[in-house]
Design a binder for this molecule. Structure first.
Ligand code: NAD
Length: 349
């Protein structure tokens, strides 16, 4: 069944297939048991779901199973929910995005999963990836993107159950995703909405255009209550927006670090003590200069920033491209400095 809705002046077809979703999902397969997937698996298990894990790395499977009691499955058949947490970088270069592995995982799910199952992509992905996935699934299976903000150095505060953004490929996918992640009424939009049982997306840039999609969740209340992870979620009106939020969040962080790197180089060139300057600046209420440390590394910030730059053909972020140059200059500086002992900017030891 489908109907048409006006979203930001565009007529969009919304498919409804929520009647073939298991109302009380029980079994969950976590695909990718690395830094992110393992804590996700442990959390989902702690919420009473029947959790299985799969990874191409045997070591990851052994750790998940033998240390954390996560059951293993090489088969993708008969799960209610599939949470995808696999890496999305090139195998030979962690700074380059790559989603081929993710697409082949989704293909395997599409062959083996039952009708009406839910796939949630929690990995960070380039804008447009979910549409490709949706084409593969032909809407036999629901699809949401709930990009993760998990932070390994502060799991207590920024762990699996922190507030997150979620987007669905259409309204029924989003509704099912919301019910799995947050259960009844645990949407951050509720705070803004006068009607607690509905969720309305409004084009903030054009208040006169209040035409929007409404998700009424009454029918899932009380007797049809689904099992949920109890995580507060912030739903957005399209899956593309959800994809963008994550890569822009990390691009923003990239910029903040690059600014610290540039300031550090500036201090070196002008013989100014960086730490003292930073401490002084950070006494102001709206200033928070970071430490540049070793430069911008790891498999998240550089890759996700590249994903964001590549997300538009029409306008490429100049500020981020400059930030990347600054990061290269900063790393080069550190390398020269460590080798030559002299300061390569001032030539003074
Ligand atoms: N680690 C974080 O702090 C963090 C936070 C938010 C988002 N993310 C995103 O989450 C995703 C995963 O990151 P991570 O830090 O867990 O990476 P990771 O390298 O620690 O783990 C990824 C796991 O995926 C497995 N994998 C790769 N290809 C696979 C395949 N085809 N089938 C099954 N398993 C496969 C790898 O063997 C590995 O165990 C990335 O997109 C990353 O950007 C990570």
């Amino acid at each position: 069944m489908s109907f048409f809705a006006n979203i930001y002046n565009k007529k969009v077809e919304i498919f409804i297939m929520s009647n073939i979703y298991p109302l009380k999902p029980k079994s969950v397969l976590i695909i990718g048991l690395g830094q992110l997937g393992l804590p996700v698996a442990k959390y989902v298990k702690s919420k009473g779901f029947d959790v299985y894990g799969y990874d191409i790395r045997e070591g990851a499977m052994i750790v998940a199973n033998q240390i954390h009691g996560i059951k293993l499955s090489n088969s993708f058949k008969n799960f209610d929910i599939y949470i995808v947490c696999i890496s999305t970088h090139d195998r030979d270069n962690i700074h380059l995005p790559q989603v081929d592995d993710l697409l082949s995982i989704v293909k395997k799910i599409s062959y083996e999963a039952s009708d009406g199952a839910l796939i949630s992509i929690e990995s960070t992905i380039p804008a447009g990836t979910c549409r490709k996935i949706f084409d593969l699934l032909e809407h036999r299976i629901h699809l949401v993107h709930a990009p993760h903000r998990w932070y390994s150095l502060d799991e207590e505060k920024h762990g699996v159950n922190q507030l997150r953004v979620i987007g669905g490929v259409n309204s029924c996918c989003l509704k099912i995703g919301l019910n799995f992640y947050c259960g009844e009424n645990n949407f951050s939009y509720v705070e803004k909405s006068p009607n607690l049982n509905s969720l309305t997306f409004v084009d903030e840039s054009n208040k006169s255009n209040l035409e929007s999609v409404q998700y009424t969740i009454d029918e899932t209340k009380s007797k049809n209550s689904m099992n949920s992870l109890g995580i507060k979620m912030h739903p957005v009106s399209s899956i593309e927006l959800a994809e963008l939020t994550k890569i822009i969040e990390n691009s923003h962080r990239y910029l903040q670090i690059a600014f610290a790197e540039e300031l550090y180089l500036y201090c070196q060139a002008n013989n100014i003590p960086f730490s003292e300057l930073r401490d002084a600046l950070n006494t102001k209420w709206n200033v928070d200069i970071l430490e540049p440390r070793d430069g911008i590394d790891g498999h998240c910030l550089p890759k996700d920033t590249k994903m964001f730059i590549a997300s538009s053909q029409k306008i490429k972020s100049k500020i981020l491209q400059s930030a990347m140059e600054i990061d290269s200059a900063y790393r080069e500086y550190r390398e020269l400095r460590s080798k030559k002992v002299v300061n390569p900017i001032t030539n003074i030891s």
